[in-house]
Design a protein. Sequence first.
Length: 269
Amino acid sequence: MNDRVTMDIQGGVADVRLVRADKMNALDDAMFSALIEAGERLKGEAGVRAVVLSGEGRAFCAGLDMGSFQQMASGGGGQRTTDALLTPKRTEGGSNRAQHACMVWREIPVPVIAAVHGVAFGGGFQLALGADLRYVAADARLAVLEIKWGLIPDMAGMVLMRGLVRDDVARELTYTGRVFSGEEAVAMGLATRVCADPRAEALALAAEIAGKNPHAIRAGKRLLNLAAEADQHAVLLAESKEQGALIGSANQVEAVMANLQKRSPQFAD
């Protein structure tokens, strides 16, 4: 993992970095493996309360490695590629390997913040969408770029965009592949906030989240994930169950006492 993705965990915050800086963190087979490995590790990593995902060097992630497109142009695609997309074992949520590199961040039980600078094109853009929040530089450039190569977004982009933007906006971006700025991404709903230093602000937010009741934060993420796909009755019932488990628990009592005593809370994982 460490030649493509690094992870540093301090104070309950996992700082995950794409480190293929010489290739603008482009996605090759090793990068897919490293992203999945990092995400799967974080699903069960004790003490982690928030995650920041960022790219080293000039970009967050430039998308699929150019070598893959060159292989397609030389006839390396076709039925073999179709078989590779359709036949591999899928995750419980329905993802193939490439899709799982993005969806795994939604499956991590704590909030994930993507810090986006430089470019986030194609698969790199879809990777950012897999995070709970996206902090972006004003001059970052983002795109659903697949149509440039005669393709469609296939790394869970359709699932991840649908809850963020209007249907016609998603269609325009998919049909044109046009590049848009970080500021426009916020205006459209595809990013959370424009930041002068996305990574620094993401790490600060992650530290703030790490200071909250971790059981309530995890419950909140479970509910928000459920709300994206379940019906009203299921979400309302889940709210009640999650709240019932929290009320009177040790960490919830600690949150109340810390507020009443005007001190910092000390939560247990």
